[in-house]
Design a protein around this ligand. Structure first.
Ligand code: AMP
Length: 309
């Protein structure tokens, strides 16, 4: 039987200002993206909070994909809302406004039936809340955490406490630089690993992602797309797919993590082809398998390197 992934994080409405138009009330949130991506590979449990404005049919759509939504709390008030504006080339974005709404009082409550989930994704929320989640679960086989610049700058001590308790930190290159002061990936990764996590995954957007651990360094490229529509949630869908694949395989070893990173990069490449999570929601096995094959051939250089001429 496939093992379960527990995902804790934000569920949101996003207002997205894209170079090609403005889109309001787009389904978003780190936990939402991660859960949709993970649910292609294993059973998923989500802990998050939504307001009374969050449409029931959206939760039902998640449930229909095998996402257990019993841990999604519905609180009186409005759902968390993030308003972002992307640059012309979609390569960067700025936050125009964040309305925490019901997320402001979010205290993750892990249902008793979720406490033994073997795979745990701590989405980007206050590190004190991430620690509260760890206190409520039996030691999972694998804990992966995400964070963001805000917590790196304002909650350094608590983040340090969290880092001592996670197996993998999955962050982007800017965050790695903020956390360590090093722009050189290897140096940043070594320093982060000294703070606790055995493995560090550093995501570099359209340049792929790298893992640093005792087994060495491994790079996975990003799939070269013809159309990029919305990069929102790419890191979350990467992390969700990673955990989903590992839970589906029941493995946590370095080789499995590397293989799962290839699938995760592929899934994330679909995610950014659509606005919000729409493309992830319509993704089927044949399309995924076809792109995975293309991905494999992209990484295949025809056998071992020859001796230098
Ligand atoms: P990403 O593009 O991977 O950074 O993820 C973007 C998603 O994270 C959006 O759907 C937002 O709703 C959500 N988000 C933005 N800001 C925050 C925040 N401060 N805390 C939690 N989630 C956030």
């Amino acid at each position: 039987m496939k093992e379960s992934v527990l995902i804790v994080g934000s569920m949101a409405f996003d207002d997205l200002e894209m170079p090609y138009g403005t889109f309001n009330d787009v389904l978003g949130g780190a936990a939402t993206y991660a859960a949709i991506a993970a649910s292609s590979f294993s059973p998923v449990r989500v802990v998050g909070v939504v307001g009374d404005d969050f449409p029931g049919p959206v939760l039902q759509q998640l449930a229909a994909r095998g996402v257990d939504i019993a841990g999604v709390e519905r609180a009186p008030g409005k759902t968390f809302r993030w308003h972002g504006r992307y640059a012309q080339d979609l390569g960067s974005r700025e936050t125009i406004h964040t309305a925490l709404n019901v997320f402001a009082d979010f205290r993750p409550k892990i249902p008793a039936s979720y406490a033994t989930s073997p795979y745990l994704l701590l989405g980007n929320i206050h590190p004190a809340l991430q620690l509260q989640v760890l206190e409520q679960v039996e030691r999972p086989k694998l804990v992966v955490a995400d964070t963001m610049n805000l917590w790196i700058h304002t909650e350094r001590k608590t983040l340090g406490e969290l880092l001592r308790k996670v197996d993998v930190l999955s962050i982007n290159d800017e965050e790695a630089k903020d956390l360590t002061g090093h722009g050189m990936l290897r140096k940043a990764a070594d320093e982060i690993r000294a703070l606790g996590p055995k493995r560090v995954i550093i995501k570099k957007g359209e340049h792929g992602a790298a893992i640093f651990d005792d087994e060495g360094v491994f790079f996975v490229p990003a799939y070269p797309l013809e159309v990029l529509r919305d990069p929102t949630g790419a890191g979350d869908s990467f992390a969700g797919a990673l955990l989903g694949v590992l839970a589906g395989l029941g493995r946590t070893d370095g080789a499995a993590i590397r293989q799962a990173m290839i699938v995760a990069s592929t899934v994330a490449s679909f995610g950014v082809e659509g606005l919000g999570p729409e493309r992830l929601l319509s993704l089927d096995r044949p399309a995924l398998a076809e792109r995975l094959q293309a991905f494999e051939s992209m990484m295949n250089y025809g056998g071992p390197l020859p001796a230098l001429p």
